[in-house]
Design a binder for this molecule. Structure first.
Ligand code: AAL
Length: 437
């Protein structure tokens, strides 16, 4: 081996000049290479199929809980758009006329039909303490069930009373309210709350009764008996059976309903299922009731081989759309906002015993805070949505709703709350940062 001193200086410099930058570059390259042990990052572009790799709880949920990876393509996610109805008069908004809790919309005789609670009283509601035979305690007290029709779903003509209050002691003598419709073997059935006492006396307690007719225009013959009874003493639905909502599913009548299993002051609403082979019962309550742990007024529709539901207003899962492949095991499929209250959707396959539910695109709902505080009453309104497998409107698949600042400020603190927070803010120790280690 020749001694170094023998290596000409230039060759050495040349050698170093090549090797060093190469070594530096190789080092940088190596440093940039993900350390072989480092797992590759989650891929850009959100793959449709669940990647075969360790996933965070949130990404695991994205691929296992929801029907699609984004709300944009989720048939069970939608915005809700609202339209004021034309054709219904509210007596100048003085609180003596109120329409609320619309049924599902049914298409028959070439037009759309809807049934609802109508209160026409000398005064607006005055609370249970002031309720009398003519003064209502609540907005749905001393009420009847009326109906309206429409050619297009926007302009409605009130047709008259469908179910008046029956004589005492029949269920509903105090008030009949919150109807929903079933079509079974060619006949029409209305299910509704039948009050046997003034709402607010103990709670909003009532069972459900029903009426039948050969056509949507009646005449309606009351069952004259309780059809969906309250639960046994101690049961979650012992006091109230509300918002009866029948669908035809698996060859039977699947009637969903709401109950309140805690009462004042906290009220815990949940929804149950009662099944029958005959419209006037007996209805068997599902042993797993309640089948929905959230929501208020019931709103459901056949979807694929199962049943979908909107749970609005109350509970951990309020403002969610849920799906049960068997009509019982509901899971959250989407989070939604500005949801319709007491939604009565137009469900073309509600009574066809479909195994392939197509979904919904519109319906009626109510606003219960119309008028001034002294003249409080409810109005019906139309909602449009895209919870359909046959209709795709990207405009209805936006997760952001830009409401005017005034809407947020209208939900502001009341003066005592603001004063309390200002006082607490001033009372805090002079600084939080000193505390920082
Ligand atoms: C509605 C419904 C039922 C209640 C009352 C009138 O939202 O849940 O009908 O009894 O409120």
């Amino acid at each position: 081996m020749r001694r170094a001193s023998a290596v000409p200086a230039r060759a050495l410099v040349w050698g170093l000049g090549v090797l060093v930058p190469f070594a530096v570059a190789a080092g940088a390259l190596l440093a940039a290479q993900p350390n072989a042990a480092e797992p590759k990052a989650f891929p850009y572009g959100l793959p449709e199929a669940k990647p075969d790799r360790p996933l965070s709880t949130a990404m695991e949920r994205l691929y296992t809980q929801y029907p699609t990876t984004t709300p944009r393509t989720n048939e069970l996610f939608s915005n809700f758009r609202y339209t004021r109805l034309e054709g219904l008069d509210y007596h100048g908004g003085d609180g003596t006329v109120s329409r609320r809790d619309p049924s599902k919309v049914v298409r028959a005789n070439g037009k759309y039909y809807v049934w609802y609670t109508k209160r026409q009283t000398a005064t607006p509601p005055r609370g249970a303490a002031h309720g009398t035979d003519t003064v209502p305690s609540t907005d749905w007290d001393l009420a009847e069930i009326w109906y309206a029709t429409s050619e297009d779903g926007f302009v409605w003509q009130e047709q008259g009373v469908a179910v008046p209050r029956p004589p005492k002691p029949q269920p509903g003598w105090r008030s009949v309210s919150t109807p929903d419709v079933l079509v079974w073997k060619g006949r029409f059935y209305l299910y509704y709350q039948g009050f046997l006492e003034m709402s607010g006396t103990r709670g909003d307690d009532c069972p459900v009764t029903a009426s039948v007719a050969d056509g949507p225009d009646g005449p309606w013959r009351p069952a004259g008996k309780v059809v969906v009874p309250n639960g046994a003493p101690g049961a979650w639905d012992q006091y109230s059976i509300h918002d009866p909502y029948p669908l035809v599913y698996r060859g039977k009548i699947y009637l969903y309903y709401k109950s309140d299993m805690a009462g004042k002051p906290h009220h815990v609403r949940a929804q149950g299922l009662a099944i029958a082979e005959d419209p006037f019962g007996p209805f068997r309550k599902h042993p797993l009731n309640p089948v929905l742990n959230s929501g208020h007024e019931t709103m459901l529709w056949p979807f694929r081989e199962g049943i979908a539901a909107l749970a609005a207003r109350h509970g951990h899962e309020h403002n969610t759309v849920q799906f049960a492949p068997d009509g019982v095991a509901f899971r959250v499929m989407a989070t939604v906002s500005l949801t319709p209250t007491a939604g009565g959707p137009y469900v073309p396959d509600a009574f066809t015993d479909t195994k392939d539910g197509r979904g919904i695109t519109w319906g009626l709902a109510h606003f219960t805070n119309a008028g001034t505080r002294e003249a409080r009453h409810s109005i019906l309104a139309r909602f449009d949505c895209d919870l359909s497998r046959d209709w795709h409107n990207p405009w209805m698949k936006q997760t952001e709703i830009w409401l005017k600042p005034e809407i947020y400020f209208s939900q502001g603190l009341n003066p005592p709350q603001r004063e309390g927070r200002a006082k607490a803010a001033r009372a805090r120790p002079a600084s939080d940062v000193e505390a920082a280690p």
